[in-house]
Write a protein that binds this ligand. Sequence first.
Ligand code: FES
Ligand code: FE2
Length: 372
Amino acid sequence: MTMLEAGSMGAGEGLEPTATLLYNDWYPALRSEKLRGRKMATAMLLGSPLVLGRKRDGSLFAMRDNCPHRGMPLSCGWFDGSTVTCKYHGWSFEPESGQCMEIPSLTRQDTFPARIYANAFPCRESDGYAWVYLPKPGSGRVHMEARAGLAPAPGIPKFSDHFRSAHIEAELPLNIDHGIIGLMDPAHGPFVHQAWWWRSRHSIHEKEKHFEPIPQGFRMSAHAPSANSAPYKLLGIYGQPIETTIDFILPNRRYELIRCGSKWFSSLTTVTPTNANSCRIDVAAAWNILHGAPLVTATVKFFGRRFLRQDQVTMIQQAEGLKFNPSLMLIDDADRPAKWYFALKRARLESEETGRPMVHPMDGPVTLHWRS
Ligand code: FES
Ligand SMILES: [Fe+2]
C-alpha cells in the first residue's frame, strides 16, 4: 500500500537550483524546415550556441556558433551550400566535420595548419527536427568515423505507412529537472488541465499503475486508459479494446503509444535544456486514427496547444516561487516516477564517470497507487 514518505529534496534527491546536464546524447535543436537553401539558423542547446544549416546534398550540420579563430559567431558569416565562411577574417570550414579549409591571410610561404577544426556536432533529421548529438564538453570532437557508431537519432514510433503528424512546442522558464518531473507528474492533471473536454477535479479517483524498468528508463506497462478522458472516448468509436503504454527514457524523452486494433496514436515528447535555467518542451505526434476525416490535424493541434499552454502557464508561475530557492519534497506514490528519474540520472552520471555499465535503480516491476 501507499506509504506517505515525504522527504525534502536536498542534495540526496539531486534537485538543485541548477540541474546537472546529461551529455553524450541526442537533443532536438530546432525544426528542420527552418534549414533551407543557404540559410543558416541558430539554436541554444545545453547552454551552447549552435549554428545549423543544410548542405547541398540535403544533409544537416550543426557547429558551435563560434569561430575557432576569435570567437565570432559563424552565423554572422556566409554559407554557400558546402562551406561556412567566417565574417571576420574569412576562414572557411567544411561544416559537417568542422575542418578549416581556408585561411585567406596565409601566404604561399606558409604551410596550411591541417589540424584546425571548428566545433562540429553530429546532426540528423528525424520527424522534422534537427537532432544534435552533444558530447561531454572537453571530451574533444566526435570524429567522422565514430559517428556511424552512434545510436540513431530518436523518432516517433509508427505502425503503418500512412499517418498524419503534428508538432507543438513551448518554452519553460525552469531548469531541466523541473521540466522533466512536470512531464511525468500524474497528480497535477485534474488541477492544471481542467476542461470540459478533458476532465475536472471532481473526477479524481484512485489509480493503480504498473511500471517496469527498461534500458535508461521505465515503462508504465500497457493498460486500459482512464475512461473519463476525451481522447480515449474518441478512440472508443472503433469498439475495440484500447491500450496505452508510456515510456520515459533518459535524458528527456517520453513516448506515449495508444493502440486500438490497427489504429494508433503515438507521440514523442522531449524536454530539452536550452541553458542551465530554461528548457523547451516539444511534442511530436503521429497517428492513423480518423485518417479520412477533415480538420483532424487542426483539432489535435488546437487541443494539444491548449493543454501545453496550461502546463507552461503553471510552470511560469512555479518559476516565480522557485526564485527563492524553497525546500521541496517528493511524495509517494505520485512522485515516485520523479524519484526514479533522479536515480536514473545519478546512475548514468556515475557510469559515465567510472566507465562501468550503468546500474538501473529499479530491480523489477513496481505497482504504484495514487489519486488523480
Ligand atoms: S574570427 Fe573567424 S576568421 Fe577570425
Ligand atoms: Fe501537464
